[in-house]
Design a protein around this ligand. Structure first.
Ligand SMILES: *Cc1c(COP(=O)(O)O)cnc(C)c1O
Length: 391
């Protein structure tokens, strides 16, 4: 089999930083992909929520390819029309004032952290640099975003981690009040903790964060790297909570599978970053912007987000009928499945054997299907998943 050769070659030179399944993805179309041995899979993972329009969506591919043939990159010393157009669209649909473009979720969060600290430094001077993050959060793999991540398993090997991050339990308002002292410049949260187990925050807790932060000119940073860009059935998950953070970070699905991260800020923070204080060689790359524009144009189309909500409900209804399912968490097409007896990793492996890609998050099975998934595909995939669960 050709996949064995590929895997051998791969493992010879690529660092072993992931636990991979022994299969080689070759191509995809719509919500299905094929491996090198010709086996087909229905995709309920979208490359961890990045292929928001599925595989190789025609309009998206046309937009990306046209940009590749026009201007693939230039330095941020010059302007490009495509970056202007994407920034304009993104700010318009999200309700933010300005954006900084990077290439990943971690970079978007790095930017948010720098903005929070500089805003506070500019206005209040040194010593007001602490950022409160939540227990069970996940903010990325760089040194700063690892330090921000509120899970001890990530705080190993790479000592020393960055100073100035403290954690609060996502339900403990009293603890939040106590830790919101005069050293704090921001609170950072995911409305639905993704890697932490697909858990939506409590509305009461979110309300308390906003209220307490507003009273002390402490910024709220919403890490919407996983929840943003239509994933939950609104453009931003914050819309479900009736909240607009000072800073919102996006990545994963933002450009339909081309690397991009974005850090959006409100009016008050629009001028915190000044020339020379932040940068990225690839940030706002024209190809990524073209992909991003195609994604937003689709999300804006009539009835698109309503259909995400409708499909999400459909998923939930079918899953909740299964006797092995202890509960379904998350929001929109960000779905966490609690299992009664089985192990999530075993379910993911058994699903793969049946031709279905799913993800896990802690002890849950996690689904992040492409936003464009159709009912026939949902049914075909759920038939496989429920077969595994009921075995
Ligand atoms: C995936 C993720 C990140 C990290 O994004 P990368 O693109 O892998 O750097 C950060 N925050 C959240 C909430 C995520 O889900």
């Amino acid at each position: 089999m050709s996949s064995e050769k590929t895997i051998e070659k791969f493992n010879k030179h690529v660092m072993q930083s992931y636990g991979r399944y022994p299969l080689v993805m070759e191509k995809g179309s719509g919500r299905r992909c094929k491996d090198e041995d010709g086996k087909e899979y229905i995709d309920f993972g979208s490359g961890i929520g990045t292929n928001s329009l599925g595989y190789c969506d025609e309009k998206w591919a046309d937009a990306v390819c046209a940009q590749v043939r026009t201007l693939q990159h230039n330095s941020n010393y010059y302007y490009t029309a495509i970056q202007a157009e994407f920034a304009d669209k993104l700010c318009d649909i999200s309700g933010y004032s300005r954006v900084f473009f990077g290439n990943s979720g971690a970079e978007a969060n790095e930017c948010a952290i720098k903005i929070a600290r500089k805003y506070s430094f500019d206005k209040y001077g040194k010593g007001r640099h602490t950022i409160i993050t939540l227990v069970n959060s996940f903010h990325g793999r760089t040194m700063a975003t690892l330090s921000a991540t509120g899970q001890d398993v990530f705080h190993n090997y790479f000592f020393p981690f960055l100073e100035g991050f403290v954690n609060v339990k996502a339900i403990d308002i009293a603890d939040l009040k106590e830790k919101l002292d005069d050293t704090v410049c921001a609170v950072m949260l995911e409305y639905v903790q993704g890697e932490g187990g697909v858990n939506a925050l409590d509305k009461e807790f979110v309300d308390a964060v906003y209220e307490l932060c507003a009273a002390k000119d402490v910024l709220v940073i919403a890490d919407e790297v996983q929840t943003g860009v239509g994933r939950t059935g609104k453009f931003l998950a914050g819309d479900w909570f009736g909240k607009k953070a000072d800073v919102t970070t996006l990545a994963k699905g933002i450009a339909g599978g081309v690397p991009m991260g974005a850090c959006l800020v409100n009016e008050k923070l629009g001028n915190v970053l000044t020339p020379g204080t932040h940068g990225s060689t690839f940030g706002g790359n024209p190809i990524a912007c073209a992909g991003g524009l195609a994604v937003i144009e689709r999300i804006e189309s009539e009835g698109f987000l309503e259909s995400v909500c409708e499909k999400a409900q459909y998923f939930r209804n079918r899953l909740e009928k299964c006797s092995e399912v202890g509960g379904v968490s998350g929001l929109g097409l960000m779905i966490g499945i609690t299992l009664k007896t089985k192990k999530a990793a075993d379910v993911a492996k058994a699903s793969l054997d049946k031709g279905l890609l799913v993800l896990t998050a802690k002890d849950k099975v996690r689904l992040l299907p492409p936003l464009t998934i159709e009912h026939e595909e949902i049914d075909a995939g759920l038939d496989k998943l429920l077969e595994v669960l009921e075995e």
